[in-house]
Design a protein around this ligand. Structure first.
Ligand code: ATP
Ligand code: MG
Length: 610
């Protein structure tokens, strides 16, 4: 993905001091309270050297039905002590509260699978979900997997265009949605969705519905028989179709198979340090891969209690939830963390957050000052980790047992071979073994949750692999101790006066300026330098845009980054365009700057489509 269109990526040695904004924060070592469990990975080097995929896969053999995600997430617990443990504690938008045990959730998924059978849905058919974070979403997801149909979750805030595109690409046969979402988003386009045969509706306030041309959840699912045996599931059976975030272009449908659960389970233990007694909160919506891999599958395979919050991001609500539910492990994203930082430390001081044991972040670069902030405010650092829709699970992570290097994504997990490579002009791949050199982050294929296809795009899939590597389209560097540092997306990277500059490090430095609330950085074509660095900056309240502030910010950036890497131009904007999952859409800033078409904006955050 990503870099394939942009030709060779030159690598260069970097002087870490030139990137002081990112690399120079003190490392954070941790102390464990006496009442905390020991980290799942005690010794990183030993875990890596003794790990074998063959052993890991063997641990999942001998199941009655082959390898089925729904079995691993639910049924496996039903004969043991966790059967009546709370699997999901659901917090409704308006203060409702509902608890689902492993047993009750499994029962509903059996009913859902029976409902699919009654509709003559075959294994492999695509079942789409367009639901908010309601319990029916989890039943749909696991019931679909149980039946061996392919689940495609969509973000409920999508408007009709992105919905139509995703349902057409994946040839949706079933859609589960709500009465309200159906009326607003599906009914107007239903005649264009040729493959769609069945729509199952959850009524408003989860009551019964009677909308012509649809099935009522309460009638079809809730009253279906609750007996259902999982049919034999080969590990390579297609399971999940996940669309990428669309940060760099048209979203791609990455296909994952049931064997992915091996990775979900292992990484839930390694990178999120899940223990069975944890109360775990993954704040991502299951419309994105994080919300499925780690908001449904991984935690359930560990038998923990998951918090599911139907509400939207809100500092007061979130802190209340963390405190009241006694959350122990919290997995969120930089965009949310920055929002919490804006709310300040006061809301933390007034609540008892002592249950929190492990904090993790994913999705975009985690600015080092956010890690330092969390250490100050929570007494715990955020642990950044890196992965993609395509990898299906976490690949690189800061572990509970290791010191945190603010600004670093951490180290490759056991079984994950990550390298920094350079693509030659002739398409050849050369691994860069020396430390601190920027290049493309690449992975040796073979982990269980690796995507098996881009749905309907075999050429695009094939282009992601070369010389025995999966090429991620992200640029990074590895330090001498094996920690990886994100540089930027290959498509976003700026080539200025012979330097390769990752926008993230420039943005991170700009965010340190007291007036800067948000920053997005691009390369602007320049006849002499090739590209110059241009920053789009949104200001905090109380600061006035103008030439004086622009000069001051440029001077500030020069001090932190050096003149070669500091922006030469600043444009003030009200906000920086982001995807709905919070990632900066630099390609949009660039298109606007150059007066070019904006391309696919289906995942752009903004009013109007929700
Ligand atoms: P598209 O592929 O459609 O452009 P996308 O890459 O944003 O969208 P995702 O698969 O949701 O879609 O996101 C994965 C990407 O997010 C990674 O390739 C990387 O660029 C970024 N990312 C994820 N985690 C991190 C992290 N910890 N640090 C920096 N970047 C990250
Ligand atoms: Mg991507």
């Amino acid at each position: 993905m990503g870099a394939s269109g942009s030709g060779a990526i030159a690598a260069r040695g970097t002087n870490a001091a030139a990137f002081g904004g990112v690399a120079n924060h003190p490392r954070i070592s941790k102390t464990r309270r006496a009442d905390e469990p020991a980290p799942n990975v005690a010794d990183y080097d030993e875990a890596r050297s003794t790990f074998r995929w063959s052993d890991a896969r063997r641990a999942f053999e001998g199941r009655p039905f082959g390898l089925n995600i729904a079995y691993e997430a639910l049924d496996r617990h039903l004969d043991g002590p966790r059967a009546d443990h709370v699997a999901i504690r659901w917090l409704g938008k308006h203060g409702e509260r509902e608890e689902w045990t492993y047993r009750s959730l499994a029962r509903e998924t059996r009913r859902f699978a029976r409902a699919l059978e009654s509709l003559e849905i075959a294994p492999g058919d695509r079942v789409y979900a367009l639901l908010g974070r309601v319990p029916e979403l989890f039943v749909t997801a696991l019931g679909t997997l149980r039946h061996r149909a392919v689940l495609c979750p969509m973000f409920s805030a999508f408007g009709p265009d992105p919905i139509r595109a995703r349902m057409t690409i994946g040839q949706a046969r079933v859609l589960v949605t709500t009465e309200r979402l159906y009326a607003r988003k599906i009914a107007p386009i239903r005649s264009e969705l040729g493959s769609l045969e069945h729509v199952i509706l959850v009524g408003d306030d989860r009551a019964s519905t009677a909308v012509p041309g649809t099935h009522d959840w309460a009638t079809l699912v809730a009253s279906a028989p609750d007996e259902h045996a999982i049919a034999p599931t080969d590990p390579e059976t297609p399971a999940l179709l996940h669309f990428t975030s669309g940060t760099t272009g048209t979203p791609k449908g990455a296909l994952h198979v049931h064997e992915a659960v091996v990775m979900h389970h292992l990484t839930g233990g390694w990178a999120l340090d899940l223990h069975p007694d944890d109360v775990f909160w993954c704040t991502a919506d299951p419309g994105w891969v994080t919300g499925t891999s780690y908001g449904i599958i991984a935690p359930l395979t560990h038998g923990v209690t998951m918090i599911v919050d139907e509400g939207e991001l809100d500092a007061e609500r979130w802190y209340d939830t963390l405190a009241r539910e006694r959350v122990t492990v919290w997995y969120t994203a930089p965009t949310a963390i920055r929002m919490l930082m804006k709310a300040g430390a006061e809301p933390v001081r007034t609540r008892d957050l002592s249950s929190l044991r492990f904090l993790a972040s994913v999705g975009e670069p985690l600015n080092p000052d956010a890690v330092v902030w969390s250490q100050e405010v929570f007494g715990r650092p955020f642990h950044d980790n890196w992965w993609q829709t395509e990898t299906g699970g976490i690949m690189v992570a800061n572990l509970a047992s290791a010191e945190v290097r603010p600004g670093s994504m951490g180290r490759p997990l056991p079984g994950v071979e990550a390298g920094i490579v350079r693509r030659g002009d002739d398409g050849s791949i050369e691994e860069i073994v020396a430390p601190d050199i920027e290049g493309e982050l690449a992975l040796r294929p073979g982990w269980p949750s690796m995507f098996r296809a881009y749905w309907g795009q075999p050429d695009r899939y094939a282009k992601c692999f070369a010389d025995g590597w999966y090429l991620t389209g992200d640029l990074a560097r590895r330090d001498a101790d094996g920690y990886f540092w994100f540089v930027g997306r290959a498509d976003d990277v700026i080539k200025s006066a012979g330097h390769l500059v990752g926008p993230f490090e420039v943005e991170s430095a700009l965010l340190l300026h007291p007036a800067v609330a948000e920053a997005g950085v691009i390369g602007k074509p320049d006849p002499i330098a090739g590209e110059i660095i241009k920053a789009f900056v949104a200001l905090k309240p109380g600061f006035a845009a103008g030439d004086a502030l622009s000069l001051e910010i440029i001077g500030f950036a020069r001090k932190h980054l050096g003149p070669a890497v500091a922006p030469r131009e600043i444009a003030f904007v009200d906000s920086v365009p982001r995807t709905r999952s919070g990632k900066i859409m630099r390609r949009l800033l660039k298109a606007r700057e150059l007066g070019l078409p904006e391309g696919d904006t289906s995942t752009l955050e903004g009013p109007g489509s929700s």
